[in-house]
Design a protein around this ligand. Structure first.
Ligand SMILES: [Zn+2]
Ligand SMILES: [Zn+2]
Length: 415
């Protein structure tokens, strides 16, 4: 290897396999390995690597080195999500299969579902978990840190609160779909950490897989190089976070979990978190972060990369061609013709000349992609478990596009 050669890679470092609860059967290693490049992603973290069945499937890949595997041109690194004390979710990245086995051995007696669920529960504190992670040389950090359920800041006030003496060993925080760098950098203790933006997907559909990802400068596409990038050493580093506009997240604003009426923080507090329909109001990520904020406006440390907000292409197409959801044949056809022509979704969204796009697809889709690039897409914020919705600036006109007779909807439950 020559010094000075830098590779720029895109990585989605949190997914779930078909061995996790509520996850599509299509989350098998073959499908993930062929779908990732179409989204423009080079590296995927396997998720669920403590599960024997999934580990066996991972062994179909070519071994690049102890901690790096490859199938159909997609590289994989070993990772898992674990639910520990107070149901808080943690993300871990392992240097080798031996490290995975060692780790499993150490937590075996503390878990009842290690072999049943890809995302196991353990009776361990964040501190105990981080200690075992450190012993096997794995990286650890909080998953989707601000969501109202199963997240660090929902139950702990600080990294110290959650990880105790091992707080310094934590090297990253996953922002989750409802937050971005501007939100997270209002909290001072997060400034030293690398921000990860991952899909946490349970389906390989293009609106899910790599809906968030990270771009790193590395010298090779391997676990060790990615580890250095997360730790920001030897010149390796994150150079971009890419994610949904936080308003699209399911828990962005405080809202009722049943009727999804949105409330301001003041209003929710005045109502003691009870909606007029009688059900509970769930505190949104925006309000949680603003309550925890050390700064009224984000203060970015020098190492913090830019954050780009992307709306999945399939969602943009859905609106443009007047469909109700992104899982229909029409949307898939329009998505595929663009991705087939230009290599990956990220190319279509950001890089390809709009004139070239117009030669491949219908005018409504071209206009919608242009509206996205011009930041003219309107987002109605999510909350209470309901994703945000997007609207195109001139949706009344755009939905008039005729839809072919063969346009039958596939079942949403497939995803
Ligand atoms: Zn989780
Ligand atoms: Zn309600």
């Amino acid at each position: 290897m020559f010094w000075g050669i830098v590779l720029i890679i895109n990585a989605d470092l949190h997914i779930h396999s078909r061995f996790s609860g509520a996850t599509s059967e299509k989350m098998n290693i073959q499908t993930i390995s062929t779908e990732a490049p179409r989204k423009g992603v080079d590296v995927v973290a396997t998720g669920d690597c403590l599960h024997s069945g999934w580990l066996k499937e991972i062994s179909q890949c070519e071994v690049i080195d102890e901690g790096t595997f490859e199938l159909n041109g997609t590289r994989f690194i070993l990772s898992t999500e674990i639910e520990a004390e107070k149901r808080v979710h943690h993300l871990l990245y392992f240097p080798s299969i031996t490290a995975v086995w060692d780790f499993k051995e150490r937590i075996k007696s503390k878990s009842k579902n290690l072999e049943n669920d890809g995302r196991p529960n353990v009776h361990l504190s964040g501190e105990q978990l981080a200690e075992i992670a450190r012993d096997v040389d794995a990286l650890i950090g909080p998953a989707h840190a601000f969501t109202p359920f199963t997240a660090m800041y929902a139950y702990f006030n600080s990294l110290n609160d959650c990880y105790g003496d091992l707080a310094d060993y934590v090297s990253f925080v996953e922002l989750g779909l409802s937050a971005d760098s501007d939100f997270a950098d209002k909290i001072k203790e997060l400034h030293r950490l690398t921000f990860l933006t991952n899909s946490d997907c349970h389906s390989p559909h293009p609106v899910r897989l790599a809906r968030e990802f990270n771009r790193f400068d590395v010298k090779d596409t391997t676990f060790n190089e990615l580890k250095k990038a997360i730790l920001r050493i030897n010149g390796n580093k994150p150079v971009l976070n890419v994610g949904l506009p936080p308003q699209e997240g399911k828990y962005h604003e405080s809202a009722c979990i049943s009727c999804h009426t949105h409330y301001t923080l003041e209003e929710a507090e005045r109502r003691r978190w009870k909606c007029s329909c009688g059900k509970r109001i769930k505190k949104g990520v925006k309000d949680r972060i603003n309550q925890k904020a050390d700064f009224a406006e984000p203060v970015h440390p020098e190492h913090r990369p830019k954050y780009i907000h992307l709306i999945p292409l399939a969602e943009i197409i859905t609106k443009a061609v007047g469909q109700y959801n992104p899982f229909t044949q029409t949307v898939t056809k329009r998505w595929s013709e663009l991705v087939d022509a230009f290599g990956s979704e990220i190319n279509v969204l950001l890089d390809v000349d709009i004139q070239d796009i117009s030669k491949v697809t219908v005018p409504a889709v071209t206009e919608a992609i242009q509206a996205f690039r011009d930041k003219k897409v309107i987002i109605l914020p999510g909350g209470g478990g309901e994703y945000g919705k997007i609207e195109l600036p001139s949706s009344e006109q755009l939905v008039q596009i005729p839809i072919g007779p063969s346009d039958t909807q596939t079942s949403l439950s497939d995803y």
